[in-house]
Design a protein around this ligand. Sequence first.
Ligand code: GAR
Length: 210
Amino acid sequence: MSPSLHRDGRADVTVLISGRGSNLSALIDATRDPAYPAHITHVISNRPEAGGLEIARAAGIATSVVDHKQFSGRAAFEAALEGTIARRRADVICLAGFMRLLSAAFVNHFRGRIINIHPSLLPAFKGLKTHAQALAAGATEHGCTVHFVEPDMDAGPIIAQARVPVLPGDDEVTLEQRVLEAEHALYPRALKLVAEGAARYENGRTIFSV
Ligand code: GAR
C-alpha cells in the first residue's frame, strides 16, 4: 500500500520513539523548512521517561505515551499503540530509536508507510550493539540505513544509506557518534523521498521515481 500523501502539500508524520530522540530532533529541524514535504504531528513513546518527549513538547508537537509495561502482552500493547496512532492522521510513521519488536500483524497494517532507521549498513549487523558488531567483524566501513519496515526484524526494502569509515582506534563510543551524525542527515533525506512520493513501497521493493 502506498500512503496517500500531499494533503496541503505536506505529509502528516507520526514518530515513534523510546529514548533520547536525537533523530526525532533532526527530523523536527528538517520540517521547519516550509518547503519540506512533511510535518510531524504526533510523537509517541513506549517509555514515559524518554528524553525525546521533551524535545517534541518544546517544538509544540502533540505527544502520547503507550507504556508497554502497562499491558499484559504484545497484542494488547500493539492494540493500544494502533489506537493511539489512529487519533491523528498519519501518512507516514517513522520509527526513530523505537526499541520494541513489532508483530507481523501490526507491520502489515501499516506496510508501505512505516519506515525505520537502523545504525548499520543493512543487511549487515542487524539487531542490537551494531557498532560493537562492526568493530568485532573488523569492518572498515559502517553506517546507517533507512528502510521500509517488514515483519522480520531490521528487514525491508532500503530507501537510503549513509557510509562512514571505521578509523584506527575507534571504540563503540567514537563509532556511534560518527554514525549518529550520519543518521541525522540521512533520516530527513529519506523521509523527504517517501513524503514526496519519490520512494514508495511496492511488493517488497522500493520503487524510486525521478
Ligand atoms: C539510533 O542510533 C537509531 O538508529 C537506533 O537507536 C538510536 C536512537 O537514538 N535504532 C535502533 O537501533 C533500532 N533498531 P535517538 O533516540 O537519539 O534517535
